[in-house]
Design a protein around this ligand. Structure first.
Ligand code: HEC
Ligand code: HEC
Length: 262
């Protein structure tokens, strides 16, 4: 190869490199501009990342009662059985709620939420839990307002994300909140939530010596999570049936978490 050919090649390459550099700078500038300009939007999308609402329609502006109902709907895991925005599709035994706001009166909706529906006759099938002793009148009224408003998408109501790749205990702790166990069994499984008409007068803890003594194997804990337990009919709160709602893997994760408690 002749020596003088090299500088010639370099002079051809150099402008190309400079041009590419300029193009890159322009592109980076455009991205930075867009990020600054559309920052709000980018942020919202990132925050909603893991929630099911990401694919749904954009959040609607609603009354405070409807907004509170939307949050309560997620807090008490209504969304985990009836689907996001009550859209159904979780288990054949659990209806969508999209038409309930029109087909049922306020009094009927309040009665169903307070007293449950379907009882717990079949231990393999989920039923509508009794909420009367756990959910306040105001919360029920807000839930009814939300259902009658057509269960719109409300901002920041995504249920807690279940971390993956961090082990069963971490996943189980998130599931304990996501599926509303915490509302009935208390933070850290401490119990103490009133269930006035039951023999114990309160919903049992999922921690402590008595619990560990009675539920001394994973199989026993899994069985009660799947098929609930019938301690009576409304207004007594019973353990819901989670078969069909929680997978075997999720139940194992919940058990792993419960075993870390006091
Ligand atoms: C463990 C699963 C589960 C949870 C949690 C749950 N439901 Fe239900 N719900 C059901 C099932 C199953 C039915 C159907 C009962 C039947 O018809 O026998 C039902 C029925 C209903 C109905 C009547 C619908 C109709 O068209 O007849 C309403 C309203 C309702 N649920 C609201 C709620 C609200 C509000 C919450 C949260 C506070 C909630 N549900 C939580 C399982 C669940
Ligand atoms: C609507 C309230 C309610 C919710 C929500 C609820 N439970 Fe329960 N759970 C109960 C009641 C009431 C009992 C006691 C039943 C009995 O004594 O027959 C119970 C019993 C249990 C028991 C057996 C403990 C014992 O001493 O009987 C376990 C384990 C349990 N629940 C786990 C869970 C998990 C895990 C979740 C969430 C996926 C959950 N529960 C959600 C009400 C609830």
């Amino acid at each position: 190869m002749p020596e003088e050919a090299r500088p010639q090649r370099e002079t051809r390459i150099l402008p190309a490199v400079i041009a590419a550099g300029i193009a890159l700078a322009i592109a980076a500038g455009a991205v930075a501009y867009a990020a600054g300009h559309y920052g709000e939007r980018t942020k919202t999308v990132t925050v909603q990342g893991a929630g099911p609402a990401t694919t749904g329609p954009p959040a609607t502006k609603v009354s405070p009662a409807v907004a509170a109902g939307a949050h309560t709907f997620v807090q008490f895991a209504c969304a985990q059985c009836h689907g996001p925005q009550g859209s159904g599709g979780v288990d054949p035994a659990v209806p969508a709620l999209t038409t309930a706001g029109k087909s049922l009166t306020v009094a009927q909706l309040e009665h169903i939420i307070d007293h449950g529906l379907g009882e717990s006759a079949n231990p393999k099938v989920p039923y509508m839990p009794v909420w009367g002793a756990v959910v306040s009148k105001t919360q029920v009224a807000n839930l009814v307002a939300y259902i009658r408003a057509g269960l719109p998408v409300v901002a920041d109501t995504e249920p807690v994300t279940v971390p993956t790749g961090q082990g069963a205990v971490v996943a189980g702790a998130a599931l304990y909140i996501r599926y509303g166990c915490i509302n009935c069994h208390g933070p850290n499984g401490l119990g103490g939530v009133p269930n006035p008409l039951s023999a114990d007068k309160s919903i049992p803890p999922l921690s402590g010596g008595d619990f560990r003594g009675e539920f001394n194997t994973d199989a026993k804990i899994a069985a009660v999570i799947r098929s609930g337990s019938v301690i009576g009919r409304a207004p007594i709160v019973s353990m819901p049936h989670w078969a069909g709602i929680l997978s075997d893997r999720q139940i194992a994760q919940l058990i792993a978490y419960l075993k870390t408690l006091k």
